[in-house]
Design a binder for this molecule. Structure first.
Ligand code: SAM
Ligand code: SF4
Length: 334
């Protein structure tokens, strides 16, 4: 029986889970080539968690010691009621940080409301500053709209906005210094992400387009002085400061630098599955527990605590192999 007087989520390897990422929808207005196929079939509505269920689950996790929640998707801001949902999660007692990852397409309309809802930080995905290349990578996105969104978020007073950029060889690898210069100009941080093999996507050869964090770092060093910093969010990013400015540069390198030993996070998919590791299929169907035991928060918390026993030690991504993970990133909550 779990001891709920001192709630904690600790796995078999002694890692404490304090960070939950929630995908509030699998839908998106973009179709980024590394994330989705062009023709995606999205989940039927009845299969995804209701807003009410998301709040109930978030509360259960916070009561078990989670103090940071990231809302993501799909594109979280395309879900109707997303801002109201963030407001309700932001009010949970014990939650220290509510943060959001977005593609920025709706930010110009919602930045001020997100700030008022208590969102502390926003990560905006942006892989290129060239509008044609932006369209090629996102297939449907409009760079200008995203840049407007970033400006709206800065105007709303968000501190340390962060850009997330997935870098692919011959698609955008020549643009890394320009992206960092943009981050410096706007006083933002930036993280470069190595692509992860989640779901197969048509028209894109992951192994051929792999571009490592070390190569990106070398490219950046042609123009900037990167100073190592011990700063960490407890997550997979390794950070560097750029001499003379505020901007931090992070590298998320699942292939070249395994980061699992310090893993403090779990993910809740849009359909209410608790994923214990991005790179493994281990999961627990919390939607089923929730719907079978309405109003029974103790039962829900027991299921969450029990899930810690199947959190794997590490991921087994191999960019050169066929994907072993069949979920796409949008369903996962990247
Ligand atoms: N739609 C929002 C966005 O794009 O920021 C939130 C969801 S998206 C799945 C979250 C992050 O995952 C984005 O920064 C995106 O670039 C990244 N991502 C998507 N597919 C990926 C993959 N296969 N490997 C690495 N990162 C990926
Ligand atoms: Fe949509 Fe984000 Fe996936 Fe791009 S990375 S398709 S914006 S969910």
């Amino acid at each position: 029986m779990s001891d709920f007087s001192n709630p904690q989520l600790i796995d078999r390897f002694g890692r404490q889970v304090t960070y939950l990422r929630i995908s509030i929808t699998d839908r998106c207005d973009f179709r980024c080539i590394y994330c989705m196929s062009e023709e995606m079939v999205f989940l039927p509505r009845a299969q995804i968690l209701t807003l009410e269920e998301i709040v109930t689950l978030a509360q259960a996790f916070v009561e078990l010691g989670v103090d940071k929640i990231r809302i993501t998707g799909g594109e979280p801001l395309v879900r109707k009621g997303a801002v109201g949902l963030l407001e309700r999660i932001g009010e949970l007692d014990g939650l220290r940080q509510l943060v959001l990852t977005t593609n920025g397409s709706q930010l110009d309309k919602s930045a001020a409301a997100l700030k008022a809802a208590g969102v502390k930080r926003i990560n905006v995905s942006l892989d290129t500053l060239d509008s044609d290349n932006f369209r090629r990578i996102t297939r449907t996105g409009d760079l200008h709209q995203v840049l407007k969104g970033i400006d709206a978020a800065l105007a709303a007073g968000f501190e340390r906005l962060k850009i997330n950029a997935v870098i692919l060889k011959n698609r955008n690898h020549r643009e890394v210094t320009e992206l960092v210069a943009f981050a410096i100009e706007k006083d933002m941080d930036i993280s470069f992400i190595e692509e992860m093999p989640l779901g197969s996507v048509d028209g894109h050869d992951r192994a051929a387009e792999y571009y490592s964090s070390d190569e990106i770092k070398k490219d950046l060093e042609q123009r900037f002085t990167l100073l190592p910093t011990p700063e960490t969010t407890g997550g997979p990013s390794r950070y560097f400061r750029i001499a003379g400015v505020n901007t931090k540069v992070g590298f998320i390198s699942p292939h070249s630098h395994n980061f699992c030993a310090a893993c403090n996070r779990v993910r809740l998919t849009a359909e209410g599955r608790l994923l214990l590791c991005l790179g493994n299929e281990h999961s627990v169907d919390l939607k089923r527990v929730l719907r079978a035991n309405p109003g029974n928060s103790a039962r829900l918390q027991q299921a969450i605590v029990a899930a810690m026993a199947i959190k794997p030690e590490k991921h087994h991504f191999d960019i050169k192999a066929q994907p072993v993970i069949f979920r796409h990133m949008n369903a996962t909550g990247g």
